[in-house]
Design a protein around this ligand. Structure first.
Ligand code: AMP
Length: 226
């Protein structure tokens, strides 16, 4: 598919993962994408990379992200449009953290064929569990791998299994910022569950279970996809 045309092929596997911060979207998206042999597109990771490299986009979004607010829709839609026009997305992709608002969902619909063929997972996790997960989450600033002090500890304490970098806490996982991120989720992203219920294959997932069990459910749902 030509890069100038941001529409992906009609038979591609396209997955959206909805869920609050800390629901495990990133971890499962990475596993699912590797299993399906398609790219994982994480807007949070793309933005954090831009921040770390101090690109013009990074400089613009950093103050927004550090407060736990959502980055403006036009920027996100443009970022995803450009990314899914790349040839590695021809066979599909797994989206992690996008769309997060109604205008983003509409933007995505404009750039894709057969939106009804999308698989949309909604990861459900009780609020108190989300707080525990976010406070124990540790992150690699080099390769963006994510760990958890209790649920998914690295092999060597404080060190990334993938690249050996010292793990840190993401600045937006600090308690003061988490409340605002959850508020943004409730206000802007939660309504998308209703939106997708009638427009795509929407599958609620109890994500408050061990990672392998959740992953098994995702695979099952993908395999029976129309
Ligand atoms: P995440 O890693 O998905 O939790 O995203 C981290 C932060 O990046 C969010 O709190 C937002 O500030 C920003 N961000 C990521 N994806 C989006 C999006 N689709 N729309 C708006 N802001 C986003």
């Amino acid at each position: 598919m030509a890069a100038a045309n941001a529409r992906v092929g009609a038979d591609a596997v396209r997955v959206i993962i909805l869920g609050a911060p800390g629901a495990g979207k990133g971890t499962q998206a990475a596993r699912l994408a590797a299993h399906l042999g398609v790219p994982k597109i994480s807007t949070g990771e793309m933005l954090r990379t831009a921040v770390a490299k101090k690109t013009p986009l990074g400089e613009k979004v950093h103050p927004v992200m550090e407060k736990g607010n959502l980055v403006p829709d036009e920027l996100l839609v443009a970022l995803v449009r450009e990314r899914i026009a790349e040839p590695d997305c021809d066979r599909g992709f797994v989206l992690d953290g996008f769309p997060r608002t109604l205008p983003q969902a509409l933007g995505l619909e404009e750039m894709s064929e057969r939106p009804r063929a999308w698989v949309v997972f909604d990861f459900e996790v009780p609020r108190e569990e989300l707080m525990k997960r976010l406070s124990g989450r540790r992150w690699c600033p080099t390769c963006q791998a994510t760990f958890h002090l209790l649920n998914n500890p690295p092999r060597r304490e404080g060190t990334c299994d993938e690249c050996g970098t010292r793990l840190i806490q993401r600045e937006d996982d600090h308690e003061s910022v988490v409340a605002q991120r959850l508020h943004e989720y409730d206000e802007s992203t939660f309504p998308l569950i209703e939106y997708y219920r009638t427009r795509a294959r929407m599958i609620p997932i109890d994500a408050n279970r061990p990672m392998d069990v959740v992953f098994g459910d995702l695979l099952l749902a993908i395999e029976v996809r129309a």
